[in-house]
Design a protein around this ligand. Structure first.
Ligand code: OFO
Length: 171
């Protein structure tokens, strides 16, 4: 059974992942309003991924005999100034999430909760990917530097992203 202290920390992480989903939903709406449907699609997929991140923790906490306590979700911003600024904000947020996951691993390690440390490894690896994909799009947007045909082309490319639920490990 998970300790009360770690139960609280996991609930806080669930809140952060849910906020990530909410933030990316707001970014998707920002792009959709500008008819940049490919960028919007990328963030709608990101929203689904974040919901999965929150749900994976939610199910795990229950499995460990912990109590899920849903917390209030802050209102996300709705104006991001430019596609580049939006992706920079997304990257900054992902770095914050990575730090939060690492702190959670540290807390689980301090308590000797090996199952939680092992479970969180998936999130540690996922964060490397999350940061890398935002960094790549930022680099592409910097190359384009407001050149509209480039933006149009990138939008078409991002339209191809589809949400693929990760294969769940065997029960
Ligand atoms: Fe974007 O990885 Fe979860 O929050």
């Amino acid at each position: 059974m998970i300790s009360k202290k770690l139960e609280k920390a996991v609930n806080e992480q669930i809140q952060k992942e849910t906020y990530s989903a909410y933030l990316y939903l707001s970014m998707a709406a920002y792009f959709a309003a500008q008819n940049l449907d490919g960028f919007a699609n990328w963030f709608y997929v990101q929203n689904q991924e974040e919901t999965y991140h929150a749900m994976k923790l939610h199910r795990y906490l229950i499995e460990r005999g912990g109590e899920v306590e849903l917390m209030a979700i802050e209102k996300p911003p709705k104006n991001f100034e430019s596609p580049l600024k939006a992706f920079q904000a997304a990257l900054e947020h992902e770095r914050f999430i990575s730090k939060s996951i690492h702190e959670l691993v540290d807390k689980a390690t301090e308590e000797g909760d090996h199952p939680l440390v092992s479970f969180l490894k998936w999130y540690v690896d996922e964060q490397v990917e999350e940061e890398a994909s935002a960094e790549k799009i930022i680099a592409q947007l910097e190359l384009i530097e407001g050149y509209k045909p480039g933006l149009y082309h990138l939008d078409k490319e991002l339209a191809a992203r589809v949400y693929t639920p990760p294969a769940e490990e065997e029960e």
